[in-house]
Design a protein around this ligand. Sequence first.
Ligand code: MN
Length: 253
Amino acid sequence: MKRILVTNDDGVFSEGLKLLRKALLEVADVTVVAPDREQSASGHSLTLDRPLRMRKLEEAVYSVDGTPTDCVNLAVKWLMKDDPPDMIVSGINFGCNLGDDVTYSGTVSATFEGTLMGIPSVAFSQEVGEHFSFEGAARFAGRLLGLLVTKKLPRDLLLNVNVPVGEATGVSLARLGRRVYKQSVVEKFDPRGRRYFWIAGSPAWQEDAGTDFEAVANGRISITPLHLDLTDYRGLDSYEWLRSELDGEPSGS
Ligand code: MN
């Protein structure tokens, strides 16, 4: 049986993680290593300035007092190092991780870390709204992983899956949507007259066809294949003028 490492950013006691684990136990041998508390929006951060503790909660379920990326490292490089996982699955996150938001997401960042280690990885997120439930997303995760575990997968397989609230009407392969940047910083003063800030603002999206945002807005499950090569390949041509100005006399002497 294939071995799957399950993690998340909502914490080891979250409902989404419990249902994901249950669904994946049908198709694989599952080990859970997840943060001991919520770590949403922790991005791809790694804890280097303090020791990390791992606790065994039950058979094949562990918590770590760190980020999702810490969990993947402790699991792959220590706990499972003699028999590493075939896949890493993260989620099911409480709330979507669409478009530009994937860079903030601890859920998706755990799969970035998996990919950097050469382990095929999938992230699942569930839209929040009326009639909210993780059940549909958990069933879908079981079906999707049931298919993937039968295949020889590329080491850089990285899928970001978002499930709409309510009954899904289909499945779309979708590109990342773009945020309409409405984030704002609210300035306030505490009782001692000192300034503090809240990062605020409601999410809004460009209504582009073919995006993950559009798929979920239309009640469809979106699957977005991602890769971590952030190179802007167009830039290798379009900044040639800059290189030719600077080359030859690099220090400008
Ligand atoms: Mn979360």
